[in-house]
Design a protein around this ligand. Structure first.
Ligand code: FE2
Length: 195
């Protein structure tokens, strides 16, 4: 299974600076007042501030359509999980925005992933319980069997396989916040693993 692949965009620094500016100005996101780790960014605002974002990955055949901010202060903010995204089902491009040094995105294998629609299981297994209400999600049936397969300290745009069980670890004494930008496109970027 592919877990991650580092990508390149000439607009990396510009995307980081613009996104951080927008995220920092929103306490719901930056201070987690929304209570959520993942918050969609206003893409029309991002696009207005930085029109280049739409075609920043066009050399990979991708058109950017959506952005999400992931903000963590504690390890528990992002539990071990498998994403279920009906639109962008396998791949997501992540950009380290703030305080990512020394933090790791970990990928696991060896455990059993099941699809469920059970609301009790949802509370137990997903960190976006409100948003995924009524939709199917993936649960890891036997987390004790998950074995660390690979890990990455995000340093540049990185495609990750969100269908692999994953979590994020923070260094000791971390006070945060760790901010990562997730980008979604007009097609699932998972095909880039084969190139
Ligand atoms: Fe995820």
């Amino acid at each position: 299974m592919y877990f991650f692949k580092e990508l390149f965009t000439p607009y990396e620094t510009q995307i980081k600076n613009t996104a951080l500016d927008i995220i920092k100005s929103d306490r719901k996101i930056f201070r987690r007042e929304s209570g959520k780790t993942a918050n969609a960014l206003d893409f029309s605002l991002l696009k207005a501030r930085m029109p280049e974002i739409v075609d920043a990955y066009s050399h990979y055949g991708l058109k950017c359509e959506k952005a999400v901010a992931f903000v963590m202060y504690r390890r528990d903010d992002l539990k071990l999980h498998v994403d279920h995204d009906p639109l962008y089902s396998h791949g997501r491009v992540l950009l380290p925005i703030y305080n990512c040094q020394g933090t790791y995105t970990n990928f696991y294998s060896g455990c059993k992933v099941i699809m469920s629609e059970d609301d009790e299981l949802r509370k137990k297994y997903t960190f976006r319980s409100q948003e995924t209400q009524g939709r199917p999600f993936y649960a890891i049936e036997d987390p004790q069997n998950c074995v660390l397969a690979q890990q990455i300290e995000l340093k540049q745009s990185t495609l990750i396989n969100i269908r692999a069980p994953h979590d994020v670890t923070l260094p000791p004494g971390f006070t945060g916040p760790r901010v990562v930008l997730g980008l979604m496109f007009d097609r699932d970027p998972i095909f880039l693993f084969e190139q």
